[in-house]
Design a binder for this molecule. Structure first.
Ligand SMILES: [Zn+2]
Length: 543
């Protein structure tokens, strides 16, 4: 029975509780009341809160952690791209090039009104044809065909799709993006970077707004199944705002969202920084300083090596360049920053990192702000010196650690060679230089899977089993922090989520065993027994 005057808990979990609270890293029990954590500690800490209506669960050796937080995701795009009518051809779905081409032909046959496919990746689907305008037109002579590269940084489109999108040879390149062109000046059927990709594929995304509840419910279920209770949307399109607000008010949202709106030519958002609540909140603005190493437009200081793959892609000896100059990054960032926004900048290559840091150093000199948490995203080729410089500026990094698993072998053997390839996603260096890193899958680029991210960081094992840059391995605890409290901090939400402490939201993931106690190679295969958000079980079962 609860003590007189003490409101009893709704739920008490007994198990191996890993809190991410440095003052009490491990506990035996956690009590939940009204969706918040009421007590954490040993049995004595929670027993006074147990009343007749309290549900108590003994989880035995199962491990309770803060719900996983994806610091960089695209749930709204995943929701749309992983549902009808978009056809899923991602490497995780179809590995074989011939089967991909077969899927494209079938999709064209089955969608006489036009088709959009997502997930083309010649690096992981070896032997794909070059998606030239001629090839696209031959596959779909009479209907619209758009194929999105798995990275999201390129779209390939046929002539009908160009016509339907109103794109002619006179179409100007949008700010921050470009259209590929033939020597004659005609569009060649390729669009690079979000502003150009959107010009080609925007219709299918816009058409999905009305189906948002159905699509986002499915995406929430995918995230909850991976133990995720909070994610960010790093390319938020304000056209989704009304539908998203309505959906969140309906109570059906089972993952918290933090929104980063895409920068626009007006350099303004219709809302103020921090608008929303702990369930859905807009915290930032997103810009893209470069593209993807998988398509040739990550801005690196070093060139692609000479290999069969880089020859086929026409990349031998080339280097990607940034989407913006330093002045342009400054000019885009400053108006938002002055209004109080956190800014997040996509930067895969080290040259892109330099451009962003140079621009922001000037911005911060003019407009200093404490605790701004300006963010760099992915940071594949970022160097130790750059991590140190970022730390000094208060700039923080979210790392695409899952690159190592999917593309690790390719980085070394096919694209950049041993030195650059093995130091990709240099997590240990980042931490040594004072960075408080977070991890992400950038879903749908790779399927959302925090446990594998943790395993990636701890083992640095690629798909072939090779260990890539063993010096850059980090401890399990550091990796857990990157998927919980550090991610919460990146999202300006560490006051409410990311640790198991009294007063915080009762967001948990329950794992089959404690990742701190199993062999590193077993971490990726731990089972998610249950995911709890706001004290409510949103995936699995507690018993
Ligand atoms: Zn992204």
């Amino acid at each position: 029975m609860g003590k007189k005057g003490t409101k009893t808990a709704d739920l008490v979990l007994f198990g191996d509780v890993v809190t991410m609270d440095d003052t009490r890293p491990r506990a035996r029990a956690v009590a939940v009341r009204d969706g918040r954590i009421a007590a954490v500690g040993d049995d004595a800490a929670v027993i006074p809160l147990i009343g007749p209506a309290t549900v108590t669960v003994d989880l035995g050796r199962a491990c309770v952690l803060p719900g996983f937080i994806e610091a960089h995701g695209h749930p709204l795009y995943s929701a749309v791209l992983l549902a009808e009518p978009v056809v899923d051809i991602r490497p995780v779905t179809i590995a074989d090039a011939e089967e991909v081409v077969e899927a494209v032909r079938k999709a064209v046959d089955e969608h006489p009104d036009g088709t959009v496919l997502n997930g083309w990746d010649p690096l992981l689907q070896r032997g794909l044809p070059e998606p030239t305008r001629a090839w696209l037109n031959s596959v779909a002579p009479d209907t619209s065909l758009v194929i999105l590269h798995n990275s999201g940084h390129v779209a390939f489109f046929n002539d009908v799709a160009a016509r339907e999108a109103g794109l002619t040879r006179d179409a100007p390149d949008p700010e921050g993006g470009s259209f590929g062109r033939e020597r004659s000046g005609e569009l060649d059927g390729s669009a690079f970077e979000a502003p150009a990709v959107m010009a080609v594929a925007g219709k299918v995304l816009a058409g999905a707004v009305t189906r948002l509840p159905e699509l986002l419910s499915a995406e929430c279920a995918r995230m909850n199944a991976a133990g995720v209770t909070t994610t960010s949307e790093m390319a938020f399109d304000p056209n989704f705002r009304a539908a998203l607000t309505a959906f969140s008010r309906s109570g059906a949202l089972t993952t918290r969202l933090r929104l980063y709106e895409m920068s626009n030519p007006q350099r303004a958002s219709e809302v103020s920084p921090g608008v929303g609540n702990d369930l859905v909140r807009q915290v930032g603005i997103k810009i893209w300083a470069d593209g993807s190493p998988w398509v040739g437009n990550a801005a690196t200081s070093f060139p692609y090596i000479d290999s069969e793959v880089t020859r086929a892609m026409g990349l031998v000896g080339t280097r990607g360049k940034t989407n913006y100059t330093e002045d342009e990054v400054l000019e885009i960032s400053r108006p938002y920053f002055e209004k109080g926004w956190q800014i997040s900048c996509h930067a895969n290559g080290d040259d892109a990192v330099t451009v962003a840091l140079d621009a922001w150093e000037r911005m911060l000199a003019d407009t200093p702000r404490d605790d701004h948490r300006l963010r760099l995203e992915h940071v594949g080729a970022m160097t130790p010196d750059q991590f140190r410089r970022a730390t000094e500026l208060g700039v923080t990094c979210s790392m695409f650690i899952d690159h190592l698993y999917y593309w690790g072998d390719i980085l070394v053997d096919d694209l950049f060679g041993s030195e650059r390839g093995t130091s990709w996603a240099a997590a240990s260096s980042a931490i040594a230089m004072g960075q408080r890193i977070s991890f992400h899958n950038d879903a749908p680029v790779t399927p959302i899977n925090p446990l594998r991210n943790i395993a990636d960081a701890v083992t640095r094992r690629t798909r072939s089993g090779r260990v890539l840059g063993p010096d850059e391995r980090i401890s399990v605890l550091e990796a857990l922090r990157a998927e919980t409290i550090n991610s919460a901090w990146h999202l300006h939400s560490d006051d409410a989520i990311g640790a198991i402490m009294p007063g915080m939201h009762a967001d948990f993931v329950v794992l089959s065993a404690n990742p701190l106690l199993v062999e590193p190679d077993e971490i990726a295969d731990l089972r998610i027994l249950a995911t709890i958000m706001e004290g409510r079980t949103v995936f699995g079962k507690l018993r």
